[in-house]
Design a protein around this ligand. Sequence first.
Ligand SMILES: *Cc1c(COP(=O)(O)O)cnc(C)c1O
Length: 377
Amino acid sequence: MASFPTTLEHGSASAATTRLSIDLGALAENWRTMRDLSGGARCGAAVKADAYGTGVDRAAPRLAREGCRDFFVADANEGARLRPLLPEARIFILNGVFEGSFAQTLAHDLVPIVNSPEQAAFWCGNADGRPYALHVDTGMNRLGLTPEQAVRHSEGGAPAPSLLMSHFACADEPGHPLNARQMQVFSGLRDCFPGVEMSLANSAGIHLGPDAHHDLTRPGIALYGGAPVTGSVTPMRPVVTAEAQVLVVRQAKAGQTVSYGAAHQLTRDSRIAVCGIGYADGFHRSASGAGVPLRSAVPQGAYGAVGGLRVPVIGKITMDLTMFDITDLPEGAIGAGDWIELLGPAISLQEAATAAGTIGYELLTSLGRRYARSYRD
Ligand SMILES: *Cc1c(COP(=O)(O)O)cnc(C)c1O
C-alpha cells in the first residue's frame, strides 16, 4: 500500500494535533461497487465541496484512473480547479450558469446544468451551441425547470441538451412514495428529448433499481464511505479516518465537573484524556457528552476508539479541545502523544454523524483546515 507524505495547508504536519488519513484505494473500490450497481448505466461521481472534504485534487484523478469520466461540482470555481487535473473529463456545474460565471464556464470547458428557463435562454442565446445539461425538478422544489417548462423548452427550437437530469428528494427512504412518482415523471420526458442522455440517481437512488439508473448515475456520499440508505449497514469501505492527539491525561475526583457549564458531573474517580480537537475541526459541539437539548437519538454523545476499545466524550466539546473518559481502559493503554480515533474503521461515518445530530455529508464537508492530511492507496 503506497503512502504519501503527510501535509498541512499552513504550518508543520508534525505539530498538528488532529490528523486525517484518506484511503484512495477504498475510494476507488467504492466507485467500482457503485458502477457495478448502476447496471448498464455509466457511473459518474459527485466531487463537489472538495470531494466531500476528502481533497478533490487527489480524489478526482484517482476516480478518473478507475474509469470515471463524468464529474459533478457545485460551481464554476470548483470546475476551474478540477479542469487542469482532468483535461479529458466532462465536468458538470450543478448550480448552473449566470452572468458572473459565464466566462469561467467557457474558459474551462465546463458543462452548466441549466436550472431555470432564464438560465436556458441565457446559455442558448450566448454560448454558440456549446453543450449544456438541463435539470428538471420532479418533486424537490429546489433547482430545475418544471416538467411543463422542460416540454416547452424542447419545443422551442433551442439546441437540445446533452444531458437531461433530475434529483431524488427521498431516495434514502426506499419506500417513500415520492420516489416512484419522480421516476415516472422523469421517464415521461424521454420522448420529448429523443437521443438525449438521462441521469437521475445519486448514491441512494442507485439502490432503487434499474428504473432509476437511466444512462448515467451520480453517486457522491457512497464513494466517501457513507451509508446510502438511512439506517442501513453500509456496504461501503471507510475512506476517511480522523484522529485526535492526547495532550494531557488528568485524574479527577468523583463529584467534580468537566468542561464548560459544568454540564457533566463525574460519578466516580476518573481518568480524562484531553485531546487537541474541537468544533473548529468539525467535531461538532452537538456531539458533546452532555448539554445538547436538540439531540435525542444519541443522548450520551460521541465516542472515540483506542485500539478497538471505546471511550465516551465527556462534557461539552470546546473549540479546540475535547475530553474523553478513559477510566475503563487498562492503565497505560493511552497517554500524552497517543491518538484517539473519532471516525474511521472503528467508528463509522454514520455513527459519528448520528451522535452529532447530523448526517455524514455535513460531518465530512465541515472537517476544518487544521488536520495534517495523508493519503494512501
Ligand atoms: C450532491 C448531489 C449528488 C450526489 O448525491 P449523494 O447523495 O452524495 O450520492 C447527485 N446529484 C445531485 C444533483 C447532487 O446535488
